[in-house]
Design a protein around this ligand. Structure first.
Ligand code: HEM
Length: 65
């Protein structure tokens, strides 16, 4: 399994726009083009989250360091 990434404002994910964050958690493909394996990171689960749920996660991760 790859190392669990830093999702906070100080990490790589902290540089993503909200649209990029939504796209990654719905398609499993990151802005750099890396396809996440659903066996390592359950993106098929996050793909089912509502806009409001993903926006809440994005706002929270942006708020922490
Ligand atoms: C609400 C739940 C979750 C959210 C919002 C979330 C979010 C993310 C995001 C945004 C990434 C991409 C980071 C990057 O490429 O820099 C990621 C990757 C990853 N996540 Fe999650 N995650 C969740 C649940 C989980 C769970 C339950 C696990 C493990 C059991 C997990 C393990 C991983 C791993 C191993 C990666 C790296 C995958 C790779 O690089 O191929 N995540 N996660």
């Amino acid at each position: 399994m790859p190392p669990v990434p830093n999702l906070t404002s100080t990490g790589n994910v902290g540089k993503w726009t909200k649209a990029q964050f939504f796209a990654t958690l719905r398609t499993g493909k990151t802005p750099s083009g890396h396809q996440i394996d659903n066996e390592n990171m359950p993106w098929k689960m996050t793909a089912q989250y509502s806009d409001k749920e993903l926006a809440s996660l994005y706002q929270y991760f942006q708020s922490i360091r």
